[in-house]
Design a protein. Structure first.
Length: 418
């Protein structure tokens, strides 16, 4: 083994001395096992172009590799550009004094230059990839937050979310819910302990539902749209006909953690409009219909939604993974949120790393387990086949994914600027 290493090193040095170029590492290098190669090829490929059928059949290089390399190179050209971080905070808001004996909650900041402006009608800032101008973006344009490389998946997802938020903000029942959500968040922000009326009432004063009262799930229209897309994204449609898909999507749109019954306050017309106009499923589908290409592409893009946030986390109950971790910067938690680790990689690398691990984490057969990964970080093999998930496992597997990307393109190696 030592002789092989010595020979390899001497050959490399000889080539350098002779002025010959050493071949650039490809996206599917020799180190990777077959499953890792397939994961890299298909997961990043899907978010690069969800309209393509990304099936790995032993290719030595992925078609998206040159564009990825250029995006990374461009980001690295700015030594002051944003990078990624692991964030942490104690769990004292949930466990009181016991929090000092427990691991900290972890979240990922995919770009240190996060959006901070709050749009009118929203509770929290948005994320760069949801505000990005995809229509006028061309390869080579400035893209410090790593959105442009994923244009073909991010643009239809941006359009989907814009459609949902518009439908919500036009709904009378949603406005009634929003008024209650405003009170919940204001009380938490101001530290008030007075009891809030959680009843959501229609125009006639009749109670539609009761809000949960938890500020973490007092959603604005953006966060409610996130919840819908995440819910619709999770179920595989391969065994469903179009009539069943229509029913399933409508059910997912109705389900929410914002009320104590887990049912939406939205009226049937608004739910149907979101299903028809946003999720592209018409009213008159039948079991014999084929899934339209545009809808199939949109569904294939949905797992890439997690990559679009400026920060991402595995949340606490009752929310399901993943969510925008913007709450880490909200007033109730802001004073306790700290940076656990800097990752000096461009945001495009951080988003690609999330693509490698997020979907498998959320589908772990054992689901959530609080104490997983608390003693040691998972191996890459365990990240590809997780038995359980939690916020610490996700942060650990993100770092493992960054190491895989570093071996693909050295621009994704975690190294501070010179």
């Amino acid at each position: 083994m030592q002789m092989c290493l010595a020979f390899a090193m001497s050959t490399f040095l000889l080539l350098a001395l002779l002025g010959q170029s050493v071949a650039k590492r490809t996206v599917l290098p020799a180190w990777g096992d077959e499953e890792t190669k397939q994961l890299v090829y298909e997961q990043i490929g899907r978010c690069r172009d969800p309209g393509n059928r990304w099936t790995w059949n032993g290719q030595a290089e992925a078609e998206w590799e040159p564009a990825f390399g250029e995006a990374v190179k461009q980001a690295r050209a700015d030594p002051n550009g944003p990078h990624a971080q692991t964030l942490q905070r104690p769990l004292k808001s949930t466990f009181g004094f016991l929090a000092s004996f427990l691991p900290y909650h972890a979240a990922l900041q995919l770009t240190t230059d996060r959006m901070k402006k709050v749009s009118e009608g929203q509770f929290s800032p948005d994320s760069h990839c949801f505000a990005f101008d995809y229509k006028n973006f061309s390869p080579g344009d400035a893209d410090p937050h790593g959105c442009g490389f994923f244009k073909k998946s991010f643009q239809p997802l941006q359009k989907l979310r814009q459609c949902i938020t518009h439908k919500l903000e036009s709904s009378i029942n949603w406005k009634a819910y929003k008024a209650v959500a405003n009170k919940i968040r204001a009380a938490e922000r101001d530290g008030r302990k007075d009891r809030i009326d959680l009843s959501i009432r229609d125009d006639n004063g009749a109670t539609i539902a009761n809000a949960t009262g938890k500020w973490e799930v007092a959603y604005d229209s953006i966060r409610r749209a996130d919840e819908m897309v995440k819910s619709v994204s999770f179920k595989d449609w391969q065994e469903l006909d179009m009539k069943s898909i229509k029913k399933e999507v409508q059910r997912k749109i109705k389900t929410t953690v914002t009320t104590n019954t887990k049912q939406s306050v939205l009226d049937d017309d608004t739910i149907a409009a979101i299903r028809r106009d946003c999720f592209l499923i018409s009213d008159d589908v039948s079991a014999d219909n084929q899934i339209p290409r545009e809808l199939a592409t949109l569904k294939n893009a949905m797992p890439c939604y997690d990559l679009m946030w400026d920060q991402v986390e595995v949340p606490g109950a009752p929310q399901q993974p993943f969510v925008n971790a913007i709450n880490m910067w909200e007033p109730p938690l802001l004073s306790t949120t700290t940076v656990k680790q800097e990752h000096y990689v461009p945001p495009v690398c951080a988003r690609a790393a999330v693509a490698l691990v997020a979907d498998r984490q959320k589908r772990a057969p054992g689901k959530y387990k609080a104490l997983s990964c608390t003693h040691k970080c998972r191996s890459w093999r365990s990240c590809m086949h997780p038995s359980h998930f939690n916020c610490i496992c996700f942060a650990c597997c993100f770092q493992n994914a960054l190491r895989r990307l570093c071996e693909i393109d050295d621009g994704c190696c975690d190294k501070p600027p010179a």
